[in-house]
Design a protein around this ligand. Structure first.
Ligand code: ZN
Ligand code: MN
Ligand code: MN
Length: 279
């Protein structure tokens, strides 16, 4: 079955995201494990975990993904890196506690020390956390290439993967807005095919475990990460028709991270848009 879903809020309780997913009749969901803009959060109670498991059992066909907080920077240095490692291990534990297979992370920012330095730090950090928390898989997300961020070229993700000992627990999350902003033109049939085969050649489609489907407010190559509603941005409806109907991408769950308004009105609108494109 085709898995299409939405990033949903956990405010008021982790299980609320799953109840909402049931409401929306979606087959996949992504959540933050805690407030995404803070370093710390209190541990989950047994009841938090039980309620989440119960809500999930009411919708057993759903694929659940976790997305890490925004402060974590595994390519960072000094104190930031120390805090990032602690926070990363905490998030991997939470992922395991909720019986979620994958935690999505942004590779990080090299902070002016250069891409090579950044890739080295990310790889070393990932080796440590994968050793420390053996029950969680990690998905490296493709980035828009804003500032000093790593991961806007497929080659950069390949280099990280190549340096990982437990690489069987490392996959990739492709964000359509991010790759488009990074210069991969997926709005047009010819270039779209080339981008997917590049991904396959450089990273391998077997590593692709999740797609974030977001349109982009800014043009291809802008390196600006601004998500837009499906069909209202520069990727456009034609690009999404290609993305959702590509035979190579069909088995991969797709999650919307598009802007929200009026509770779930925008989500319903974008889901309808996507399902209308499916052939
Ligand atoms: Zn992300
Ligand atoms: Mn994303
Ligand atoms: Mn983004």
């Amino acid at each position: 079955m085709r898995k299409i879903g939405v990033h949903l809020s956990i405010s008021g309780g982790l299980y609320r995201a799953l109840d909402k997913a049931r409401d929306l009749k979606i087959q996949a969901v992504q959540i933050f494990l805690k407030n995404s803009n803070r370093w710390h959060a209190k541990p989950y109670s047994d009841e938090d975990i039980r309620k989440f498991a119960e809500a999930r059992s009411r919708k057993p066909d759903i694929s659940v993904f976790a997305h890490s907080g925004y402060l974590i920077n595994l390519a960072g240095a000094g104190e930031i890196h120390k805090k990032s490692m602690r926070a990363m291990i905490d998030e991997m534990r939470r992922t395991a506690q909720l019986d979620i297979e994958y935690l999505v992370i942004h590779p990080g920012s090299h902070g002016g020390r250069g891409v090579d330095d950044g890739i080295g730090r990310v790889a070393e950090s990932l080796n440590r956390v994968l050793e420390e928390e053996p029950h969680t898989g990690i998905l490296l997300e493709t980035t828009a290439g804003q500032g000093a961020s790593i991961g806007c070229r497929f080659e950069e993700l390949r280099r990280i993967i190549d340096a990982i000992v437990h690489a069987n627990r490392l996959g990739v999350c492709l964000d359509t807005c991010h790759i488009f902003a990074a210069g991969y033109d997926i709005s047009d049939k010819n270039t779209f095919d080339a981008v997917v085969s590049d991904f396959n050649t450089i990273i391998g489609l077997e590593r692709l475990k999740l797609i974030h489907i977001n349109d982009s407010k800014r043009e291809c190559g802008s390196r600006v990460d601004r998500h837009e509603h499906i069909g209202k941005g520069r990727i456009g409806i034609g690009g999404f028709r290609l993305i959702v109907n590509d035979a190579r991408l069909k088995p991969i769950p797709m999650i919307l991270e598009t802007p929200k308004f009026n509770d779930d009105e925008a989500d319903r609108m974008n889901l309808k848009k996507i399902s209308g494109l499916l052939k």
